[in-house]
Design a protein around this ligand. Structure first.
Ligand SMILES: Cc1cc2nc3c(=O)[nH]c(=O)nc-3n(C[C@H](O)[C@H](O)[C@H](O)COP(=O)(O)OP(=O)(O)OC[C@H]3O[C@@H](n4cnc5c(N)ncnc54)[C@H](O)[C@@H]3O)c2cc1C
Length: 338
């Protein structure tokens, strides 16, 4: 199998890009530590694993495929087998087992790449007419089967990849940004940083997950203790449903009725496709301090109590999710950003 998701997830049997692979031979100290902890080590098998699964059946009626191509253009509709497989798996251990074993389970019948909201609306309209299920696909880092192409009562499944919905419009005065659903974490922070802003949402899947995916899954990041979870950052959402688009009101705060925007946050594709959302952005701190800690022995009780303490700590510069007690709360940042 070729690369995953164009050049986004390049390791079909693991995490990260192929060029970032870590050879144990190049890291003797790490290899020794891991070997001791695990009772022996082997170099991992070749990546991608050598397997040749049978081409999955395609249930998408020809007429439906033709209608999608007519509406979106031929470069926005793919029935390529690798593409279909890549969009049928998340990144959980179960997904890795599916790919390693060759027992893939359900595979999506086609992948569509709409360029804009009208394209998304057209896919949902056609899917409704042709009894086809649509599964939104951001970065495909779901660990809970969120991108599994389950047809249910439908004739076929189409995965809707948001990778072309990538605008970032900054309103510096209001400190808000209108962000396309398909923007990947690093691209988003880079564009905001260029204007001295940041979002501050850093899930561990940051490199490969999308803004729309964060909103759709009500994500939490390593800096959520300081900057808030994604639902605290988003002020309005634009979502396309089979019956049309909904834009929730973009107001600083509301004291009236239930919150529609909060209904859409965490909806995981069940209520429609989030095409964009407006989020509060903050000014990049003058100083950033990155630390990491590891301990050679099993964590002692005192370490665990330090870890539990951290998520609730709201002191000014503490934005890490987990640290050992060796790092004091009152320790000021050490490293100048500029
Ligand atoms: C190594 C690793 C570390 C992780 N760390 C974290 C973490 O720290 N914090 C955390 O919260 N999560 C974490 N996750 C889980 C996952 O990365 C998050 O859920 C992430 O928000 C998913 O984003 P995505 O773009 O990859 O979405 P996908 O995996 O593509 O989709 C996730 C779900 O949202 C739906 N969806 C995606 N985009 C849209 C859209 N535009 N509109 C409507 N529905 C949509 C999909 O249909 C699916 O149900 C981690 C996963 C991995 C593999």
């Amino acid at each position: 199998m070729a690369v995953f998701r164009n050049d986004r997830l390049c390791r079909p049997g693991g995490w990260g890009r192929l060029e970032d692979s870590l050879s144990l031979g190049e890291q003797p100290k790490l290899a020794a530590n891991l070997s001791e902890a695990l009772g022996g080590l082997h170099e991992p098998p070749d990546d991608p694993p050598a397997w040749d699964p049978p081409a999955p059946e395609n249930r998408l009626p020809e007429g439906t495929c033709r209608a999608l191509v007519e509406r979106l253009g031929s470069d926005a509709v793919s029935t390529d087998v690798d593409d279909r497989i890549a969009h049928s798996l998340g990144r959980s251990y179960r997904d890795l087992l599916r790919i390693w074993s060759g027992h893939l389970g359900p595979v999506t019948d086609a992948v569509v790449y709409p360029r804009d909201e009208e394209g998304v609306a057209a896919v949902l309209r056609l899917a409704t007419e042709h009894n086809v299920a649509v599964v939104p696909f951001g970065g495909g880092t779901s660990v809970v089967g969120g991108v599994d192409p389950l047809a249910g009562q439908h004739a076929a499944v189409v995965s809707l990849d948001t990778m072309r919905l990538v605008h970032v419009k900054i309103d510096a005065e209001a400190q808000l940004a209108d962000i396309g659903a398909g923007v990947l974490g690093p691209d988003l922070e880079r564009q905001l940083n260029e204007h001295d802003f940041m979002l501050g949402h850093f899930p561990q899947s940051f490199e490969f997950s999308t803004f729309g995916g964060w909103v759709a899954t009500r994500g939490a990041g390593q800096q959520s203790t300081r900057y808030g979870k994604i639902e605290h950052m988003v002020s309005s959402v634009r979502i396309v449903t089979p019956r049309g688009a909904i834009l929730t009101r973009n107001v600083p705060a509301s004291a009236a009725g239930p919150s529609l925007v909060q209904q859409f946050i965490g909806s995981e594709g069940t209520l429609g496709v989030i095409t964009s959302a407006v989020a509060h952005i903050g000014v990049v701190p003058r100083r950033l301090n990155f630390t990491r800690s590891c301990w050679a022995t099993s964590p002692r009780l005192s370490h665990w109590s330090a870890i539990w303490h951290r998520p609730n700590c709201r002191c000014r510069w503490c934005v890490s999710r987990m640290r050992t007690r060796r790092v004091s709360c009152s320790k000021p940042p050490q490293v100048d950003r500029h």
